[in-house]
Write a protein that binds this ligand. Structure first.
Ligand code: OTU
Length: 637
């Protein structure tokens, strides 16, 4: 048996006491999980030894400053659930041009109150179609378009100085077909062909295809691509230039763990693991959410617990809620897989509430969300760089009386502006004629109707749209989890149609909601009464109140409250003696709520709204909520 601890105390001049202690705590589980995946292979023993060596080497090369942070975070493992954290995500080039220029934008983020920054993929990728950077050709280099690895380290350092945190993607499921491994595989080297799933003829691919769905049916139908140079089919679940990595080969796993440590050692605080449901494939399955995918993630996590325990994992799993929750870990591994995961169905429920003007689905969806293990948290958001997939569970829809298929159709029509009365300006993404599935693209502002209202110069409508945006973000900031503010939303960015003239982006309408930031527009936040000013100041206020309200933290209690009015969503946030009752009117009509809701939530009659600073409006014992308005009701301290 390999006994990696106990033999050394020092390794190349570095004290290994922490390393040894962490190894001792995790060794048995790592060994066990590794053998589940690779135990029956001849090279299992040797591969395990290589993995152990990689851990030691990367611990050794981890900068001292980061090792100190690891220790602090080990002492405060729930640090990321704090109400004081608010995140954003952005494309460095669309936002600032490059990494050096981005440095100058940090004060702007601080002004807004943002302290967690997800920089969209920055690693080297092909010049043509690279799926927004999700086709990596070199994991050790920053693409020249953005700058250098040194620029990234500088950003990590500057953010750290400001008590801000950096999120970066790790595209674990596939590489670009221009990655060195892919090039070698294509040139006929069997060693690298084993890094991917390659087949000489269609017999096995056809068996996979029977049960694999298509992710990008319009842009990349099917799941395999023919490589004429070697006369083989390679598995490409996403685009044909994104080759799926073969994790049945332990060398692939070890390579990826080393890349993970490499990024962690540059100063990345949080790693977003892309497309994790797809990490393991089997004939006769959908190729998603297989047990082995969870084992791979757990193994990665436990390895990170030894080398860089301060680094968090986000599992990017846009699947049904009962599957997503498993990415936090289950059974004896509960809380030991990823720290954070996107609450993808909650995102859809927010949009559902706006479209239907009732909170039935939002409520039901939250009610049916399985509990997440202690020490883990949801990422709460209304949109991200991807499409809005209508991936709620059919059960949620049925339980509130909708036919799931027809309801999805309704949402598609509503957000593309086809439904009578809708002023949304979204587009369908990846319409699949076989099952009528489609997702939705479009910025928050355009989806709530602001683009149309501005075009028509309709002041009343503009007003309503701004209210909707603030209402949505009030929910994002107050519902249990780490909130994401999607870049541009804070100044009401409408769709960017420039992508239609772009040689590559024109085929992918997700680019309509990945706007290029015009800083003159952002400057308008300073002009009182401008649309930018009205949205910016209110979002800034939401953030600042959240940050001073411990009851909004991810480790405080969250309880749904029935306001006895389906147009109003309500929940109670509570920590120690601090309570806030959230009331949100998702309809365009004034709503009334019985004041007894206060008493029922353990609040006194005399409450005030934290957002406006005023007492809520009341009439004959009822609380009044204006169209698309909300209250954060709390007792004076
Ligand atoms: C992710 O999304 C990224 O967020 C996308 O921008 C990439 O195109 C893609 O991976 C490939 O790298 O299908 O519609 O369950 O749903 O990984 C978005 C997870 C996607 C997948 C998700 C994927």
């Amino acid at each position: 048996m390999v006994r990696p601890f106990s033999s050394f105390q020092w390794y190349k001049g570095v004290d290994l006491a922490d390393f040894d202690a962490r190894m001792e705590a995790n060794y048995r589980d790592i060994r066990f999980l590794f053998s589940l995946l690779y135990g029956n292979r001849r090279d299992s023993h040797l591969s395990f030894k290589k993995l152990m060596e990689a851990l030691r080497e990367n611990y050794h090369s981890r900068p001292d400053e980061l090792r100190q942070i690891d220790i602090q975070r080990e002492l405060d493992p729930g640090w990321f659930l704090s109400n004081r954290l608010v995140s954003t995500m952005l494309y460095v080039d669309q936002y600032a041009g490059n990494l050096k220029e981005f440095l100058k934008k940090i004060p702007y983020l601080r002004e807004l109150g943002i302290n967690v920054v997800h920089l969209m993929p920055l690693l080297k990728c092909p010049a043509g179609n690279n799926d927004g950077g999700y086709a990596v050709s070199d994991y050790h280099r920053i693409d020249e378009r953005y700058g250098s690895m040194e620029d990234l380290r500088r950003i990590a350092w500057e953010l750290r100085k400001e008590k801000m945190y950096l999120i970066l993607d790790l595209v674990v499921n596939h590489t670009s077909d221009e990655h060195e491994w892919a090039k070698r595989a294509r040139s006929g080297d069997p060693y690298y062909q084993n890094y991917y799933y390659m087949f000489d003829d269609r017999s096995i691919p056809d068996q996979f295809e029977e049960t694999f769905p298509e992710i990008f049916p319009e842009a990349a139908p099917g799941n395999f691509t023919w490589i004429p140079e070697i006369k083989k089919w390679v598995m490409t679940v996403f685009h044909n230039f994104q080759w799926d990595l073969n994790y049945t080969n332990p060398t692939v796993f070890i390579e990826m763990v080393k890349i993970l440590f490499f990024l962690a050692n540059q100063g990345v605080d949080i790693v977003r693991l892309d497309a994790v449901p797809y990490l393991w494939k089997k004939i006769g399955t959908t190729g998603q959410n297989l047990e082995e995918a969870h084992i791979i993630l757990r193994l990665m996590r436990l390895c990170a617990e030894i080398v860089c325990p301060g680094v968090l994992f986000i599992a990017e799993a846009i699947v049904q809620p009962e599957e997503i929750v498993k990415y936090f870990g289950t059974d004896e591994f509960a809380g030991r897989e990823s720290h954070l995961a996107y609450h993808a169905s909650l995102m859809v429920f927010f949009w559902d509430a706006i479209a239907t003007t009732n909170s039935r689905m939002l409520r039901k969806g939250l009610e049916n969300t399985p509990p997440n293990p202690q020490g883990t948290g949801w990422l709460v958001y209304i949109r991200c760089h991807d499409d809005i997939g209508l991936g709620f569970s059919d059960r949620d829809a049925r339980e509130v009386g909708y036919d799931p298929f027809l309801h999805r159709k309704f949402l598609q029509e509503y957000y593309t502006g086809k439904f009578p009365g809708s002023s949304a300006r979204g587009s369908l993404f990846m319409f699949n004629p076989k099952n009528q599935d489609a997702r939705i693209s479009g910025t928050t502002a355009s989806l709530v109707g602001l683009e149309k209202a501005l075009e028509e110069g309709n002041r009343l409508e503009i007003d309503i749209c701004i209210r909707k945006i603030i209402l949505l973000y009030s929910l994002v900031m107050s519902i249990d989890g780490l909130p994401i503010l999607y870049y541009g939303d804070e100044v009401g960015y409408t769709n960017d149609y420039f992508y239609r003239n772009h040689p590559v982006h024109r085929y992918d309408n997700r680019w309509m909601h990945r706007p290029k930031i015009d800083w003159d527009k952002v400057e308008r936040r300073k002009i009182e009464g401008s649309v930018e000013n009205r949205i910016f100041t209110q979002i800034k206020r939401l953030i600042s109140i959240r940050k001073s309200s411990p009851e909004f933290s991810g480790d405080s209690s969250f309880r749904l409250i029935d306001p006895e009015n389906e147009h109003v969503f309500s929940c109670l946030r509570e920590k120690e003696k601090r309570r806030t009752l959230v009331l949100a009117n998702v309809s365009g009509e004034r709503q009334f709520i019985n004041s007894s809701i206060l008493h029922g939530s353990g609040l006194l009659e005399h409450v005030f709204d934290k957002f406006s600073g005023n007492a809520p409006a009341k009439k004959s014992g009822k609380i009044i909520l204006e169209p698309y308005s909300f209250y954060w009701l709390s007792e004076a301290e």
